[in-house]
Design a protein around this ligand. Structure first.
Ligand code: PRP
Length: 212
């Protein structure tokens, strides 16, 4: 049996058509059944439903041989024990630096002043600002980053932007892109060696499904 770790919501919704093109159908809808382990049309493949940030952990420790996870989650978790064979070209968005409209980010950076930055993406933010030589104090948040500058907690945020609607609704503007984001197929590195005959055909089918 092979196990594929998926998270509910956007990743699940956008992975379903890919799985369908690869000839794989889940036996039920996790949103309706609330089951956490779901069979599929493949007798040797099941799906486990986990929190998005937990997908790499399940795959790293081999509790799932495969998973679908955002590049944003991977940047925070790291890729130890993981192979990342496919960019699935779904869940497309970008990780950005945003500030309140009217905040002169460029001039703050030029002066070398310290910026307070609130984010869930501490690793990615630290690397981004270090590479640009911008001095920052990072404040870890778990959600609603957009509120932080409005409430006076931070000067800037690093957050995911898709349509830009959330930033606009909160009078924030994007000033820098940290990284383009898509969802990736991750595979347990050890399993890729020891269970290669089972995994490779599945990975190949998914690759075909991404770029038919
Ligand atoms: C993400 C992100 C923004 C929003 C951006 O949150 O954190 O809040 O989407 O999308 P937009 O540019 O299309 O408005 P998400 O809904 O994924 O939930 P989260 O806050 O739990 O990450």
């Amino acid at each position: 049996m092979l196990t594929l770790a998926l998270s509910k919501g956007r990743i699940y919704e956008e992975t379903l058509p890919l799985l369908a093109r690869a000839g794989i159908a889940p036996a039920e809808d996790p949103e309706l059944s609330r089951k956490l382990i779901i069979g599929t049309s493949e007798p040797n493949l099941r799906i486990v439903i986990v929190r998005a940030a937990d997908v790499p952990t399940y795959v790293q420790y081999g509790a799932a041989e495969l998973g679908v996870t955002g590049k944003d989650v991977l940047m925070e978790h790291g890729t130890q024990g993981l192979a990342v064979p496919l960019d699935l070209a779904i869940g497309r968005c970008r990780l950005c630096v945003a500030v309140p409209a009217g905040f002169d980010y460029a001039s703050v950076v030029r002066r070398g002043a310290r910026l307070r930055v609130a984010t869930k993406y501490v690793q990615a933010a630290r690397e981004h600002f270090a590479s640009k030589g911008v001095h920052v104090d990072l404040i870890k948040l778990y959600g609603s980053m957009e509120l932080a500058p409005l409430a006076g907690l931070a000067d800037a945020i690093v957050d995911l932007v898709s349509s830009g609607g959330t930033l606009r609704a909160n009078r924030l503007v994007e000033v820098e892109e940290v990284a383009p984001i898509t969802s990736r197929l991750i595979v347990n590195q050890a399993a890729l060696k020891t269970r290669r005959e089972e995994l490779m055909p599945l990975i190949d089918r998914l690759e075909q499904a991404v770029a038919p």
